[in-house]
Design a binder for this molecule. Structure first.
Ligand code: FES
Ligand SMILES: [Fe+2]
Length: 373
């Protein structure tokens, strides 16, 4: 049973325990979406790199023509990771018996042991391969569920939005020893701020106050409607002073794992794209990508962002310690309502895929949530 199912079941006062087979089959991972697999810089030249997404081992590379590719990191002959092989800029040669595969299609192009008598159709053999796109310095991979065919059309991979020709940008990442569901609800949780992110430059625990934020449905997710950010955060105050214009923030969450934030004030803007990507069922990775034209040096921004991320990471490491022993958990209103929506979106999506009917959205009309933070 996924974390989602477990948490919802506990809210409803418990349900039948799932069988072992069911539990290992359903790790609560969402297939048929784009996930960031690696930084583009990891596959410079003919360098191969490995990654794991949704418990699928991948080998990534770039052809001499510049096209990034992602293959399953297992030779279809006898399973040795293809990443041990040699890449000539087009084909990847397995280190064990030298079978060669086209990087972009995964199609086998040569089996050295075959003689002229052999009838084996080499071109019918494929190594697992996945659609691949590069944006914003990341290699994105579209993961279809094992044993399924790719859909006819695949949406484009997510991109960071920018609002002027010139801007600065940076990225940070960190691993969380958590199931993806805990990673994601941690990301959208508004109530931990005053406790986890107490910093002189951001806010103090004393500044906790009541907030009301409006949320609305968007496809596969929800939006915290454009609003003026919290008056107790110093950087927002500064931004307002600089432009003289009001500051508005829009925060979206979209399945499977995407949080975007846009802060705008006059001509100045800040934009970020954060993803929490399941590596294995007990490990996920946060990738944080930001761009801005606000006069803010990259080094200073990174210092603040790193502090934030480290605070979250330390908290998740501690939480994982507690979760080892399978405690009962709860989600409360209103502070955990976004988490409840996440679980509802996820299960409604799976249900619509299963039944072939349109997905129902857990939010029917704009709703205001109240919490203190
Ligand atoms: S295992 Fe790869 S060629 Fe045999
Ligand atoms: Fe946080």
């Amino acid at each position: 049973m996924s974390e989602a199912a477990k948490m919802v079941a506990q809210e409803d006062g418990g349900s039948e325990p799932a069988s072992q087979a069911e539990r290992s089959a359903d790790a609560g991972l969402l297939w048929d979406f784009w996930y960031p697999a690696a930084r583009s810089s990891a596959i410079e030249g003919r360098r191969l790199t490995t990654a794991m997404l949704l418990e699928v081992p991948l080998v990534l590379g770039r052809t001499d023509k510049g096209k990034a590719f992602a293959m399953r990191d297992a030779c279809p002959h006898r399973g040795i990771p293809l990443s041990y092989g040699r890449f000539d800029g087009t084909n990847l040669e397995c280190s064990y018996h030298g079978w060669k595969f086209d990087g972009c299609s995964g199609q086998c192009v040569e089996i050295p042991s075959l003689t002229s008598q052999d009838k084996l159709k080499v071109e019918r053999i494929f190594a697992g391969h996945y659609p691949c796109e590069e944006h914003d310095g990341y290699v994105w991979v579209y993961l279809n569920a094992p044993g399924t065919l790719l859909p006819e059309t695949i949406p484009p991979a997510p991109r960071l939005r920018t609002f002027s020709g010139k801007y600065k940008s940076t990225h940070l990442e960190c691993d969380l020893p958590s199931h993806i569901d805990h990673g994601i609800i941690g990301l959208m949780d508004p109530a931990h701020g005053p406790f986890v992110h107490q910093s002189w430059f951001w806010r103090s625990q004393k500044s906790i106050h009541e907030k009301a934020k409006q949320f609305e449905a968007i496809p596969y997710g929800f939006r915290m409607s454009p609003h003026s950010p919290s008056a107790n955060s110093a950087p927002y105050q500064l931004l307002k002073k600089m432009t003289g214009a009001p500051v508005t923030t829009t925060i979206d969450f979209v399945l499977p794992n995407l949080r975007t934030e846009e802060i705008r004030s006059g001509k100045l803007w800040f934009s970020s794209l954060t993803t929490v990507t399941p590596v294995r069922r007990d490990l996920c990775r946060i990738d944080f990508l930001a761009a801005w034209n606000v006069p803010l040096p990259i080094a200073i921004f990174r210092m603040f962002a790193k502090t934030f991320l480290r605070q979250d990471q330390e908290t998740m490491i501690q939480q994982a310690e507690g979760l080892k022993h399978n405690p009962r958990l709860m989600l409360i209103d209103d502070a955990d309502r976004p988490a409840k929506w996440y679980f509802a979106l996820k299960s409604n999506l799976l249900e619509s895929r299963r039944s072939g009917t349109p997905m129902t959205h857990p939010i029917d009309e704009p709703v205001t949530l109240y919490w203190r933070s």
